[in-house]
Design a protein around this ligand. Structure first.
Ligand code: HEC
Ligand code: HEC
Length: 335
């Protein structure tokens, strides 16, 4: 009888494990993390020359009026194309108004900047070129300057024949940005069955996608964002009023595009103003239902009553989203 009980027990355990597994790594769950298809604009061919030219410009301080900063000064490849300070420093050592976001998987975003007012990557490049506290430059003078750079002139002719040089500047940078794909984290390895996660990471993953923590009601899908505009109550507004800046609707005060959580371990400090130094502090804010109640708008932001162990598990899960191949990829480093 004892033998039968043991066998029965084992069957129950195996069944439970399988059932458990199916909650997470069944086909439906996996499907949402498939890398989406990259859409290329018809007038911006993605080829070796356009990418090489874009990369050359991305790392080139000549882009800024005083030649002091490049795109990479604020979007550093080793930090998943973000930087490590709260507010980035631009031309003439001027401090910006918000924290530099990661550009990992930026080609998949439906609109750009944290307030979401820019429709394409090509057009987005104009923002840093013109911002006073970024390049403090303009496309006409920049084109003039780059006309004396023989590498630029030759590559621009080759990649964009019959197009003006200013077109080559914005188009090639966008082409390079579309190569910034991060999909090889430990989590991706788990999804495709290449590697396991530790028990603490698995518990954190469960919690993340559960109704208890509700993280995936905003940070969902391949890039861990639904690209919606939300206020998570983590910060008070100082220099940036979020989507309100564009719409002037009071209901948009403090709403920001839900950020990706891929490579989150290296993209701090966190939030639009870089006001959180550690991930654990971010998690504690969510656990309280937001630190600043008047700056949150969603039913998903509520006190979560998670224990310290649960918070550590969530943090362990978030750390599995780091893609070391992406951070170290020599093709994405300074040419
Ligand atoms: C001085 C620092 C700085 C420089 C230089 C800079 N950026 Fe940024 N970048 C930022 C900040 C800060 C933001 C967030 C602005 C916002 O959302 O309001 C940003 C946002 C972006 C975004 C939108 C990200 C998103 O999630 O929507 C893209 C794309 C981008 N930058 C690309 C570039 C490119 C390309 C260059 C060079 C041509 C560049 N940046 C130069 C600081 C910088
Ligand atoms: C209602 C939507 C929503 C929910 C639910 C939500 N978040 Fe967020 N999250 C956001 C928004 C919006 C931001 C950016 C806020 C800002 O920039 O000020 C953010 C920022 C973050 C950041 C910092 C990202 C960065 O690059 O600075 C982390 C980490 C994070 N969330 C993790 C979580 C976790 C873990 C949960 C679940 C406990 C969660 N979020 C639940 C909307 C949400």
């Amino acid at each position: 009888l004892r033998k039968i009980a043991t066998i029965l027990g084992m069957v129950v355990v195996i069944y439970a494990c399988q059932k458990d597994r199916s909650t997470f790594v069944d086909h439906e769950f996996k499907k949402q993390f498939q890398t989406p298809e990259m859409l290329y604009p018809f007038d911006n061919p993605q080829n070796n020359t356009s990418i090489k030219l874009g990369k050359y410009l991305f790392f080139n301080p000549a882009m800024s009026l005083d030649s002091s900063v490049s795109c990479a000064s604020c979007h550093n490849p080793s930090l998943a194309f973000s930087d490590h300070i709260a507010l980035s420093i631009g031309s003439k050592k001027q401090e910006g108004t918000s924290n530099a976001p990661t550009l990992g998987n930026i080609g998949f975003h439906p609109y750009f900047t944290r307030a979401g007012g820019v429709p394409s990557l090509e057009i987005q490049t104009l923002v840093p070129i013109q911002e006073e506290n970024e390049f403090n430059h303009n496309l006409i003078d920049l084109e003039q300057r780059l006309k004396s750079d023989s590498f630029f002139v030759q590559a621009a002719r080759e990649a964009y024949p019959n197009r003006p040089h200013y077109f080559a500047i914005t188009a090639s940078i966008a082409a390079f940005e579309r190569t910034l794909i991060s999909n090889q984290s430990k989590f991706d390895g788990f999804i495709s069955g290449r590697n396991a996660l530790s028990p603490s990471e698995v518990s954190g993953m469960r919690l993340f996608f559960s109704n208890k923590a509700k993280c995936a009601s905003c940070h969902s899908g391949f890039n861990f964002t639904n690209y919606a505009f939300e206020a998570n109550g983590a910060t008070i507004l100082r220099k940036d009023s979020g989507r309100y800046r564009l719409t002037k609707k009071t209901s948009d005060i403090g709403l920001f595009k839900v950020p990706t959580l891929r490579n989150i371990a290296v993209t701090g400090p966190f939030m639009h103003d870089g006001s959180y130094l550690s991930l654990y502090d971010v998690l504690r804010s969510y656990n309280q239902g937001g630190k600043h109640k008047s700056y949150q708008n969603s039913k998903s932001i509520q006190p979560l009553n998670l224990s310290n162990t649960e918070l550590s598990n969530l943090e362990a899960f978030l750390n599995t989203l780091t893609d070391f191949n992406f951070l170290k990829n020599p093709n994405l480093k300074k040419p």
